[in-house]
Design a protein around this ligand. Sequence first.
Ligand code: GLN
Length: 485
Amino acid sequence: MELHTMTAAELSRLLQSGEVSSVETVESCLDHIAARDETVGAFLTVLSEQALRAAARSDARRREGRSLSVWDGVPIAVKDNLALAGVRNTCGSKMLEHYLAPYDAHVVARLKELGMPILGKTNMDEFAMGSSTEYSALQVTRNPWDMERVPGGSSGGSAACVAAGEAPWSLGSDTGGSVREPAAFCGLVGIKPTYGRVSRYGLVAFASSLDQVGTFSRTVSDGAALLQIIAGNDGKDSTSLPDTVPDFAGSLRRGVQGLRIGVLEGWEEDNILPSVRASMQEAVAVLKDAGAEVITVSLELLDKAIETYYLIAMAEASSNLARYDGVRYGLRVEGADAADMFRRTRSAGFGPEVKRRILLGTYILSAGYYDAYYKKAQQVRTLIRDAFSKAFHRVDVLLTPTTATTAFRFGEKQDPLQMYQTDYYTVPANLAGLPAMSIPFGRCDAGLPIGLQLTAGALQESIMLQAAAALESVEEQRRGSYGTV
Ligand code: GLN
């Protein structure tokens, strides 16, 4: 049995029926990591022994009829900005290259509570700043569908390992698209929940008003299940919402009859790849055929979302990253005095993109510029959020491309502004705090995956998943023709 290509749901079934053991499952993933990851480069840390021990304990529990959950024994990979006690938490940075996490992130603790072995920690753009994983200071990660291309970012490792068959599913983080964009580039389902739906306790902060933990999976149903596992109120994150979490799996069977799907006015004139346009057109037709109503909406100031996002993200990053001072966390480079030590530590520890953002973020927040940049960005953010609320009176879900193109080549986006443009469709949901997901739908001429994005109103993940399931049923039928990575 090809265990490493199975979905988490299939593995769960086989584990429950006793047809396979967790040790066999984890071994299959580890064998695949050993065979492939030297080229793919998804993992920064592989936890072979730890995962095998967890798998053996899971098998013992199952034999004794005291499994912790249906996911007991199903392995998973975790982005390297989510704390796993006693394990390196590098954030793809020299600054934290040798830093050991002192505790488990809330979401990591949830995985452990349910008995899931953790295969390892995955590569990412440094401090989650980037859209290709090229900004990792530690390693190159390749797109399993085309090794000459980027896997997307910043959660590139979490996407690449699932696409490469090294893990059935994984966790990432999404501040401006870092789950959805790599999911699109690697042909996976990527979910960014509503801001506050999932606790960020133990997620290294990048831009705190935007950060959310998200999921990568091969199917919508696995994504819904993983979201179910990690969602819910947590007293250790003050932004965590008290709302009860609905049964996401239940929404997958509902179909889209009567659902109101929004598309953006004039979207066909957007500067997107023809094959992405074709996928969008097909998706609209599929949803209509299935009984959904397709409605055109306009979202005011959407074309200002990139500028707004980068102003806010950089400002917050400059503040959050002040803690890496050589005293409390990670790298320390000695100097003549304290100021010299700070300077040397931060000069050596941060890469060029992180430095750029700290400098710009500090500038944006400085006296005299605060009103012109930071305050203005916050005002535009409010207007964008209002525009979404208005739109969600008229529609249930918004359908857009996740990205304008498929995965690009290494080095193709040298100009940072070009890299930032990649996030055109993904940052609005973070600014508005809304749930959004990418779903694989079609391929470009070169055979690379195309991702479409579904965005819903706050806490309406179920409706978003419902629409995703309808699109997946069509994609499912042609998956065989895509070949394997
Ligand atoms: N690409 C965006 C950025 O560089 C988003 C990153 C993210 O979501 N972590 O900020």
